[in-house]
Design a protein around this ligand. Structure first.
Ligand code: 8GT
Length: 129
């Protein structure tokens, strides 16, 4: 089981940030910023670290609200994806690790190519935001 923490950053217009993966078998897919939780790390601590590494933004732990999760097979592995919602951060997100970033309305996520674990989360996220 691979534990992954991710964040839906939501801007003042209610749009969500997604990034396009640049490497590996999932290259070209759009996903929420985040990454694997390291041994001994909490999901929120992993996200604070990943959001800094991937986007160059600083987020306070208290601003990452646990939201929805999914557990899906990707190849031979199960991914447990823990999606958080974040409405407050410091700095301007930059695509440091991704091919591109885009801000989209939650309903538009249905039209994006996303990894399998993200698909069941789209409707849940729409209902939450
Ligand atoms: N960040 C992120 N990863 C996702 C999402 N959905 C999903 O299936 N994943 C998968 O979860 C895994 C996250 O691993 P990663 O490679 O981004 O993690 P990482 O930054 O720790 O990378 P590293 O192992 O190169 O250090 C990948 O297999 C990725 O395809 C998502 O919405 N956001």
């Amino acid at each position: 089981m691979i534990l992954v923490a991710a964040a839906a950053l939501v801007d003042a217009d209610g749009r969500v940030l997604v990034q396009q993966r640049d490497d590996g078998a999932q290259a070209g897919l759009w996903e929420f910023p985040g990454g694997k939780i390291e041994p001994g790390e909490t999901p929120v601590a992993a996200l604070v670290r990943e959001l800094d590494e991937e986007l160059g933004i600083r987020v306070e732990a208290a601003c990452l609200a646990p939201a929805v999760f999914a557990c899906e097979p990707v190849g031979a592995r199960q991914i447990l994806l823990l999606l958080h919602v974040c409405r407050k951060w410091h700095g301007q997100p930059q695509p440091r690790a991704a091919r591109a970033l885009q801000w989209v309305r939650p309903v538009a996520l249905h039209g994006l190519a996303m990894p399998a674990p993200d698909r069941p989360l789209i409707g849940l996220l729409e209902a939450l935001l």
